[in-house]
Design a binder for this molecule. Sequence first.
Ligand code: THU
Ligand code: ZN
Length: 319
Amino acid sequence: MKVTLKNIKAVYKSFFLFFFINISFSQTLINYKLESRIKNLTNAKNFKGVISLENVLKISNEFGLDNDQIMELFRPYSKMYSKAPISNYNVGAICKGSTGNLYFGSNIEILNESLSFTLHAEQAAIINAWNNGETEIKHINVGGSPCGHCLQFLNELNNADSLVIVNPKGKNFRIRDLLTLAFGPKNLGVKTGLLAIQKNDLELENESQDKLTKRALLAAKNSYAPYSKSYSGIALITKESRVFYGSYAENAAFNPSVSPVESVLSSLNLSKVPFDQIVRAVLVEIKSSKVSQKSTFQSILKRVAPNAKLEIVYCINKK
Ligand code: THU
Ligand code: ZN
């Protein structure tokens, strides 16, 4: 073959084509491998929206991903749990607790109920971490800046000052960058924060040996209500005899508070259990408290699980 300019160009062209096809082929293979690894984890029967530190490390080492990339990698999978029949706006968030585990959270709206019964993805992720025993959140990623409501919610965290808000589009944020001159627990004289261990000294008005009632009492003991002191918790059981629970989480600005009903429904949602699988639910709260979960508990659960047996059990604050 004669060495002409045309021939040289053709050789170069095919070399680059070969090179790029190879790169994109191996990239596709990596993406495929990653995707099937994540699907294996999230499709597991007992998956409840938690990725253990062990699995996080395995994936980040194998695929060479840093903390922020890992958090962004899982976000679309978290979004898949979103239930937004009113807005059709699906949101997924991922947060990382001090154990290194990752927690999913997605928004939940309930059709035909008021908009105030909306759980934001960031709230769901934090509640998921709390429900699984985390006492501090290091990072959260919702794809950019959380909304004002969520910033206010996040500002309630016991380590709000050090929380990193991962921003896949640019520089990471702190709450203070986005919520300047914030209103928070300190304004109301509260020194603890959300996720600090709570041991509310509660006991049932009438002693009970019922497992679900005891679990709801424990959820109330763990609840965070430094403003109203109206501690409450819910435990429920499904058709498959799976038990779920949720605690009340108050906020200094009141409205971003998360009711125990929202908390327990989010837990069910992240475990892929349809709400109509609820067979029986118990709310434990203090009878004479300033805030009651009774009407929300009854109206929301009647809406999503019309056949569920609902019970309200009262407790007293020994302190
Ligand atoms: N939403 C979130 O979950 N997080 C945000 O930060 C923005 C808003 C949800 C709430 C509601 O379900 C829907 O998006 C529309 O606002
Ligand atoms: Zn929000």
